[in-house]
Each structure stands twice: as C-alpha cells, then as structure tokens.
Design a binder for this molecule. Structure first.
Ligand code: S3P
Length: 182
C-alpha cells in the first residue's frame, strides 16, 4: 500500500490518481471519503463543527483506509500528519511518500483556491502557508519513508519520480499492481 502526504496543493490527489492507474491499483482520496461520510464539503463542516471535529472524522477514515488488506494508493489531506495515531497508521501500514514543495510555490498554485478552509484570507494566505509548512514539514518527514522534492515539475515528471521511487524500493510489482504488459 502506498500513501502520499504533503502540504495542501502539493499534488497528492493528482499524482496519486496517476500512480494508481500506472500500477493498476485502486485509488482513494481520504478527503473524498470524509466528504462522503459527513455529507457536505469539508469547508462547510469546518464552519459548522470546527477543526477538531473534522480531525476526528479524518482519523477514523485514515484508520479504515489503511487497515484494509487490499493494496491501494492513498492520497491524504494536508493535516493528516498532525495526529500521532494517523502518523503511526500511515507509516506502519503503508509506504509513505512526502511530496515536498515550498510555501512560495504552493502560494502560487493556490492563489485562487476557495475550498480549503485553512487558506482563506487573501493576502495572508502565503503567511499562513509558511506557518503551516514550518509546523508540518518535520511531521511529514517523520512520517514519510521517502521524500520527493517537487519544486515545480510537471505532473508527468512527478508521477515518474514517485514510480521510480516505488521501483527502487522494490515494490513495483509487489505493490499489488498488474504485471506491466510487454
Ligand atoms: C487540510 C487540507 C485539506 C483538507 C482540509 C484540511 C489541512 O486537504 O483535508 O481542508 O489541514 O491542510 P488537501 O491537502 O488535499 O488540500
């Protein structure tokens, strides 16, 4: 099982979906599972119930998504590493890849974002990203088995970097994917 962690906007879902397709594995996005469970957007849930309630649902979903014996690729939310139980579940049950990007690059990518509750607030968003990065970069590093520096590559390059890392880790086939056709 492979999981992707990293800051919001680092490409976890997009890269995860492509990697899963390449390996012939199912793809799951924990934010998507959370929205299915709460029956509304994460942003609305934050406004109604607050961040701690959201983190409780997130922890439950991460536990369930990683507990299955089925091999899959999992994209997590940016705050998934905040709780120790999540970090342990991810690190012990999956091979964790950290897509590492600078707050400045993220700021450019997320300029027009209206979905992420922690990043609303216009010109303060970059400041917020810097603060989140400072808090979380050590947690992502501690959770991850591999760090992939993303700088500003294309999705294609990123996908290949992750696939190469999987191959190097000797998981190309044992990840559960179909054997690539010649
Ligand atoms: C969050 C990131 C979001 C989502 C929620 C909280 C965070 O996921 O889980 O809004 O704390 O950074 P993405 O990383 O997919 O944006």
């Amino acid at each position: 099982m492979i999981s992707l962690v990293g800051m919001p906007g680092s490409g976890k879902s997009t890269v995860g979906r492509h990697v899963a397709r390449q390996l012939g594995l199912p793809f799951v996005d924990t934010d998507h599972l959370i929205e299915q469970r709460i029956g509304c957007s994460i942003r609305a849930y934050f406004e109604l119930h607050g961040e701690p309630a959201f983190r409780d649902v997130e922890a439950q979903v991460i536990d369930e998504a990683t507990a299955t014996g089925e091999s899959r690729v999992i994209a997590t939310g940016g705050g998934a590493v905040l709780r120790e139980a999540n970090r342990n579940a991810l690190r012990e049950r999956t091979t964790v890849m950290y897509l590492r990007t600078t707050p400045e690059d993220l700021g450019r990518r997320l300029r027009h974002d209206t979905h992420r509750p922690l990043l609303q607030g216009g010109s303060d968003a970059l400041q917020r990203l810097r603060q989140l990065f400072q808090e979380r970069d050590p947690l992502y590093r501690r959770t991850a088995h591999y760090v992939i520096e993303t700088q500003r590559p294309s999705v294609h390059t990123l996908v290949n970097m992750v696939l190469m890392q999987i191959e190097l880790a000797g998981m190309g086939r044992s990840a559960g994917g179909e054997t690539p056709q010649p």
